[in-house]
Design a protein around this ligand. Structure first.
Ligand code: SF4
Length: 117
C-alpha cells in the first residue's frame, strides 16, 4: 500500500517504529512493508498467510488514506473500480462518483513526493 510522507511520519510517531521497519521505497513511492511470514501488511494482526484470513489493523484509527479507500483502486483508464484481488468486494457498493478523483489526487501526491516535491 503506497503512503504519503505525512502518513509515514504519523505511523512512526504513534507506533514508535522506525520508518524502515514498516515501509520501503518502491520506485520512489513510500510503500507499507509486508510481514515475511504472513505476507500481509506489517500492521495487520494475523498469524495466517491465507489471502482471505481474518485480521485486525493495529493502526486502524490512523490508517493511511489508501487503506481507507480500499478496495477501490484505479484501473488503466484512471477509473475507480473494486480491486479484483480483494476477497471481500461483494461487501462493498460500486465506487462512489468522486472516488476516481480522490484516488487520482492521492496517487499524484505520492508520486510527487517520490520526485522530491
Ligand atoms: S488497513 Fe492497516 S493492516 Fe491494512 S494495509 Fe492499511 S495499515 Fe496495513
Amino acid at each position: 500500500m503506497p503512503i504519503t510522507k505525512a502518513e509515514a511520519a504519523r505511523l512512526a510517531r504513534r507506533t514508535g517504529m522506525k520508518l524502515e521497519d514498516f515501509s520501503w521505497d518502491n520506485n520512489g513511492a513510500l510503500t507499507l512493508l509486508n510481514n515475511e511470514s504472513t505476507r500481509a501488511c506489517v500492521f495487520l494482526l494475523t498469524d495466517s498467510a491465507n489471502h482471505d484470513a481474518e485480521g485486525l489493523c493495529s493502526v486502524y484509527e490512523i490508517r493511511p488514506k489508501g487503506c481507507q479507500t480500499y478496495p477501490y483502486v484505479l484501473n488503466e483508464n484512471d477509473q475507480a473500480i473494486l480491486d479484483k484481488g480483494c476477497p471481500h468486494t461483494t461487501q462493498f457498493p460500486s465506487p462512489p462518483e468522486d472516488m476516481s478523483i480522490t484516488l487520482l489526487n492521492l496517487e499524484e501526491r505520492i508520486l510527487q513526493e517520490g520526485q522530491g516535491d
